[in-house]
Design a protein around this ligand. Structure first.
Ligand code: ADP
Ligand code: MG
Length: 228
């Protein structure tokens, strides 16, 4: 479980303190497929980065499976993130000089000390899952947006994270590709009980999730579960 207790985030802008997240309290259980929605600038990405251990709160706690991640030092935090968390970004963030295969392999080399055969087994399985096996030797600039996002999803999943954070993952994709990507993530969530937390304004994601958390000006204004 991921929980957030009295989390506040203040950015210092010269002389001025800009409070973008105010006393946020949130609980997300494993296996949830949840969207954080709200107007642009409301704090969605900031919340994702705080929960995903990419950023530290100014005040309050972020607890993931009983670990207060705000208390970890930089190395411990990087290890924790590597073992537990995957990130998918709007702009894919693939490494241009690495092939599709190498992009997916990258987090395994950086973080988890796996033998080469085990790495290869996982990468080949994921390439199959995201339907990119025949593109494995291509480079990011030879791929379409949808293909790049498939690679980014495979890269986020290769470490077998319990939680995947996806910040506007469909914002640069057309409708059909977006729907395919959403279905792919849904299937992974069902099969592996992976938690998916989206920040999005995309209606296609909003109608696909089980829970919608609305945030306005850094405050949760609505939190509803969808019963299908
Ligand atoms: P959203 O993802 O909902 O569009 P963000 O979390 O990106 O919102 O931003 C929330 C607010 O915090 C915005 O007003 C934004 O300008 C501000 N903000 C985000 N990152 C920084 C930063 N690094 N320094 C200063 N202000 C920031
Ligand atoms: Mg954002």
């Amino acid at each position: 479980m991921i929980s957030n207790e009295h989390v506040t985030k203040v950015y210092k802008m010269g002389e001025v303190d800009l409070t973008v997240i105010k006393d946020l309290n949130l609980e997300i259980k494993h296996g949830e497929f949840v969207a954080i929605v709200g107007p642009s600038g409301s704090g969605k990405s900031t919340v994702l980065n705080l929960l995903g251990c990419l950023d530290k709160p100014s005040d309050g706690k972020v607890i993931i499976d009983g670990v207060d991640v705000t208390k970890l030092d930089t190395t411990a935090l990087a290890n924790f993130r590597g073992e537990n968390i995957g990130f998918i970004f709007q702009s894919f963030n693939l490494i241009p000089v690495l092939s599709v295969y190498e992009n997916i392999e990258y987090p395994l080399i950086m973080i988890q000390n796996l033998p080469k055969e085990e790495r290869n087994r996982r990468i080949m399985q994921l390439l199959k899952d995201v339907d990119m096996l025949d593109q494995k030797d291509k480079f990011p600039d030879q791929l379409s947006g949808g293909q790049r996002q498939r690679v980014a999803i495979a890269r986020a999943l290769v470490t077998k994270p319990k939680i995947v954070f996806a910040d506007e993952p469909t914002a640069n994709l057309d409708t059909e590709t977006s729907n395919q990507i959403i279905t792919l993530m849904r299937n992974i969530q069902r099969e592996f009980n992976t938690t998916f937390i989206f920040a999005t304004h995309d209606e296609k994601i909003v109608t696909a999730v089980d829970r919608i958390i609305t945030i306005v000006d850094g405050v949760i204004t609505d939190d509803r579960r969808i019963t299908s």
